[in-house]
Design a protein around this ligand. Structure first.
Ligand SMILES: Cc1cc2nc3c(=O)[nH]c(=O)nc-3n(C[C@H](O)[C@H](O)[C@H](O)COP(=O)(O)O)c2cc1C
Length: 606
């Protein structure tokens, strides 16, 4: 499907592609960095892209953070503070004659979609025209669930205002030179969600991202995303509709699982990507232990010190336009010892002793790039990236907490602290006596040793809590990138960090009562089956003692019962009579291992 763009600023002479034709024209991306306020800025996108080889990088798309359309169109300062496609100010909606710089640079930051929140079509259009020359599509945020979105009437709080949503999307569809896309949350029912999606698509959205959580699922209530709701959309929308699935992608293994479960064209990751910017990549083709670590169980991951270095190098090279410091190669066990465990970073300035020098560096940073969005987000990124190690290495956490944006020398110092810590961790792990890595969860609340390969057995898994099961799959030692496993709402309630409203409490109590009744019924059924099994055993014994058993007088001459529920499901009747082996029995209720099947497991299969 191709359309010609209507008149407007920055209109290209070639026809505007929409829908699947547009999707294919940008390389049919399969993996997508989510829009994230203060997090999906240029440097982070480039870091994520840098872990994909050339071929695979074509199939990665990234979204900018969400920008407020009215502020963006009204304020040159706001635009410059958030979006830097050229070094000159974004003064007009015409493409700047200045050379490309960071955001949307065709050499290294495409495909890129820029996201806005808005509730007035003309504001959205004007803001979109500023960015159109530097990106591939403009996305409308329909998912933000925060209080600020409620008071500003945008994001997920437009969900009840379909007319406005239609106008917002349709205006861009008709007036903007590049396609418009939208990112929505699921609604209370699948049917309603489908209707909603159809409305958004009918307004002209070329791609629809579906976050499989409802508006209420935020903070401690985030919980799991519902992929089956996305599948329902896939099955009920025309095949040419391009869908991205969002939610629950914790590591690279989840990508194919999600694509298969939802039938979506691509998957989008936010928190998984923040915790592990290598999430979309494969292990390096040629093993480089200074970059990638393998455990004894064959599982591995990119080293935190290596990822941190690469991130800092991007900041130096692209945002500060200076060479990164020359540093010694990252440590691997077996490297010659220097006598000093702490690698000394080059060009690190000590803030207390070298005031004038530090001031000079700081001033340089401010002068050369202004209030760069890339520098502003560094501390927050590092807290998320380094989370696995911070609970244990509190010195690193405290130094990071005191580091302000733009203090690049301090970040360099933190890098050297991280390198030293990783070095110790690797050495401990390498010691022959180390049966399992010296590892403590990032999260002080959940400090646990990692399961060794042998511990992670299905039998153990059966006794584990959902969180332990998830950790057994995803956790790595603290020196390796890994996802943050967010506690489920149930766990948050237990810990007291989530308070329920009266309505929610009532619903929860009703659910608990239902579960208790089910558990009681299950227990009863188990007791009955056990009793039957005992009777069966006794009967077998008796049969061995008396090869020609005397028919049970109470049940008639053949000794069988006529109670239908037992006739075909149990090898013994209620009175303990063994049905003759010549009689066809119903399916054996025991599994191959002799365990009784879990009635709930049956429900899952069904
Ligand atoms: C720090 C952060 C900032 C976010 N900012 C935005 C945003 O600007 N626009 C948006 O549509 N969603 C935003 N989101 C939501 C994510 O894009 C995504 O829909 C959500 O986190 C679910 O994906 P996940 O399970 O992979 O984290 C943000 C999420 C996080 C964690």
């Amino acid at each position: 499907m191709a359309e010609t763009a209507s008149a407007g600023a920055s209109q290209p002479s070639h026809p505007k592609l929409t829908g699947r034709a547009f999707y294919e024209s940008i390389g049919s991306p399969k993996v997508i960095v989510a829009p994230m306020v203060d997090r999906s800025e240029f440097a982070w996108r480039l870091l994520t892209r840098s872990y994909l080889d050339k071929e695979r990088s074509k199939s990665m798309l990234a979204y900018s953070p969400m920008f407020h359309a009215r502020l963006f169109k009204d304020s040159a300062r706001f635009r410059d503070d958030h979006f830097q496609p050229t070094k000159s100010s974004l003064a007009s909606t015409e493409k700047s004659p200045s050379p490309p710089w960071l955001d949307g640079n065709p050499k290294f930051d495409r495909p890129l979609f820029v996201q806005f929140c808005a509730n007035k079509p003309e504001e959205l259009l004007e803001a979109a025209r500023y960015v159109a020359p530097y990106c591939d599509a403009v996305d409308l945020n329909l998912g933000c669930p925060q209080g600020i979105a409620r008071s500003g009437h945008y994001g997920a709080f437009l969900q009840e205002d379909w007319d406005t949503i239609y106008k917002l999307i349709n205006t861009l569809h008709k007036e903007l030179s590049i396609p418009v896309t939208a990112k929505m949350r699921i609604l209370e029912t699948r049917e309603k969600t489908l209707e909603y999606a159809k409305m958004i698509l009918s307004a002209g959205a070329s791609i629809l991202t579906v976050h499989g959580r409802q508006r209420e699922q935020k903070g401690h209530k985030t919980g799991l995303a519902d992929w089956s709701a996305i599948r329902y959309l896939r099955d009920n929308l025309p095949l040419e509709t391009v869908l991205f699935a969002n939610g629950n992608i914790l590591n690279s293994g989840d990508i194919e699982t999600c694509l298969a479960a939802t039938g979506a064209d691509g998957i989008m990751s936010a928190e998984g990507n923040l915790a592990d910017p290598t999430i979309f990549s494969e292990p390096p083709k040629e093993h480089d232990p200074r970059q990638y670590w393998y455990g004894r169980d064959g599982k591995g991951g990119y080293r935190l010190d290596a990822v941190f270095r690469r991130y800092l190098d991007i900041i130096y090279k692209y945002c500060l336009e200076q060479d990164p410091p020359v540093r010694a190669p990252l440590y691997i066990p077996g490297d010659p010892k220097t006598g000093d465990d702490t690698p000394q970073p080059i060009l690190v300035e000590e803030e207390e002793d070298e005031g004038p020098k530090r001031k000079k560096r700081k001033r340089n940073v401010q002068e050369s790039v202004g209030p760069s969005p890339n520098l502003k987000s560094m501390q927050a990124h590092l807290f998320q990236l380094l989370r696995p190690m911070l609970a244990q290495h509190t010195d690193i956490r405290d130094t990071l907490a005191k580091t302000k944006s733009g203090e690049v020398a301090k970040f360099e110092k933190i890098l050297s602290m991280v390198e030293a810590a990783v070095r110790k961790g690797l050495d401990q792990d390498h010691e022959p006596s180390a049966s399992q890595p010296a590892d403590v969860d990032a999260d002080a609340e959940t400090a646990t040793a990692l399961p060794s390969a042998g511990e992670n057995t299905p039998e153990n898994a059966a006794e584990s809590t959902p969180r332990q099961k998830t950790e057994a799959i995803y956790k790595r030692p603290w020196w390796v990138c890994q996802p943050y496993i967010r506690p489920l709402p149930e766990e948050a309630i237990e810990k007291g960090s989530l308070q329920l409203s009266k309505k929610e409490l009532k619903a929860r109590m009703a659910a608990q009562e239902r579960e208790a009744a089910e558990a009681e019924a299950e227990k009863k059924a188990e007791a009955e089956t056990k009793a039957e099994a005992e009777v069966k055993a006794e009967a077998i014994e008796a049969k061995a003692d008396h090869p020609n058993p005397i028919p049970n007088q109470r049940n008639g001459v053949d000794g069988t019962t006529d109670r239908p529920e037992h006739k075909h499901t149990s090898p013994v009747d209620v009175n303990g009579n063994v049905n003759g082996s010549e009689q066809p029995l119903g399916p054996d209720p025991t599994t191959a291992s002799g365990e009784l099947p879990n009635p709930k497991a049956g429900l899952v299969c069904g």
